[in-house]
Design a binder for this molecule. Structure first.
Ligand SMILES: NC(=O)c1ccc[n+]([C@@H]2O[C@H](COP(=O)([O-])OP(=O)(O)OC[C@H]3O[C@@H](n4cnc5c(N)ncnc54)[C@H](OP(=O)(O)O)[C@@H]3O)[C@@H](O)[C@H]2O)c1
Length: 295
């Protein structure tokens, strides 16, 4: 049994991770800017405020904080928020490590888009360099701030693919158009969508704790071309799939720089994670989507 503190544990991934770790016997607490439940404690990372009472017992610290990457256009002020909610929260947590004498591991969320979009052929391994686009460089800074903890404990960065969950994230944004029969491929439709089922993702975090892992790991089950992904989604929802591709220029016009996450693909390998003994429950897109959408 470990004392686990999860910053940003109130979101899509956090809620299910808290439930899994609690079910498996750990004592889990959450840091939130607006705590509600009995296991939630106040922090306000922007103003470096935190309820310190929780810190002395922490064995494992997890940071899932981050303003949503795909929630708003990447204006100058939004980019500051995307940066600060990840990098400044890591730095603030690091500044508190002397109050956490039992800390043995820090686990930080990260993104599979760290490798950039320059080469659509390579299946990226963790040893590959960061890309040069805005998002890759944001993830680079995110991981650098996580790696500050290396002087204190093991550090895991979970390079997360698109999380498949019906309650939020990418699918929740895609399903309404498909439900009214307007699902269509984006851009060329050939770009690969990297994905992982929510159940497997939270199992990755649990596995990292159980095995006391250290280093970066690609949390990706597989990747599927955008057109095939949308077609499968429509089929499972019993909807027709006839609409023409949404042209790239329209997405660029509407979303600006953020359109890169829809128009460009990422291929990455989970071999490093598998070599630590992790087994995916949801290995194919059909099985994963059917499970997520069964309700
Ligand atoms: N979902 C995905 O597909 C996906 C894929 C790759 C990576 N990730 C990363 O995984 C992490 C968790 O993802 P998620 O889907 O669970 O996200 P989420 O549902 O948006 O939750 C993130 C949490 O971060 C906190 N937060 C939001 N804005 C913040 C800000 N400006 N400053 C400080 N804290 C803030 C919120 O907690 P409070 O409001 O309680 O403080 C929120 O519950 C994120 O860093 C995300 O970028 C997610």
């Amino acid at each position: 049994m470990k004392n686990i503190l999860i910053a940003g544990g109130t979101g899509l991934i956090g809620k299910k991770l808290v439930a899994l770790l609690t079910e498996n016997g750990h004592k889990v607490s959450v840091l939130s800017r607006s705590p509600k439940g009995p296991n939630e404690f106040l922090w306000d990372p922007k103003n470096t405020i935190i309820d310190e009472t929780i810190l002395s017992s922490v064995d494992v610290l997890i940071n899932l904080s981050g303003a949503g990457i795909a929630d708003k256009r990447w204006t100058k002020s939004r980019k500051i928020e995307l940066h600060d909610s990840r990098i400044k929260t890591n730095r603030f947590l690091f500044s508190l490590t002397n109050k956490m004498p039992n800390l043995s591991q820090f686990i930080c969320s990260s993104g599979i888009n760290c490798y950039g979009y320059e080469d659509s052929v390579i299946i990226h391994k963790e040893s590959d360099p960061y890309g040069n686009d805005y998002l890759s460089q944001l993830v680079k800074q995110w991981e650098e701030s996580a790696n500050l903890f290396k002087t204190k404990c093991n550090v895991v960065t979970v390079r997360t693919a698109v999380v498949l969950d019906s309650e939020g994230g990418a699918l929740k944004k895609m399903i309404p158009a498909i439900k009214i029969g307007l699902g269509s491929p984006l851009g060329s439709g050939k770009q690969d969508v990297p994905w992982i089922h929510i159940t497997d993702l939270i199992r990755v975090f649990e596995h990292a704790i159980e095995k006391n892992l250290d280093g970066s790991y690609n949390a990706i089950a597989d990747f599927t071309p955008n057109k095939a992904f949308n077609q499968k989604l429509a089929k499972i929802l019993n909807k027709s799939f006839w609409a023409p591709n949404v042209p790239s220029f329209i997405l660029k016009l509407v979303l600006g720089e953020m359109s890169i996450i829809l128009l460009e693909g990422v291929k990455a390998s989970h071999d490093k994670l598998s070599s630590t003994g992790f087994e995916f429950k949801f290995k194919t897109i059909d099985v994963a989507l059917r499970d997520v959408l069964k309700s």
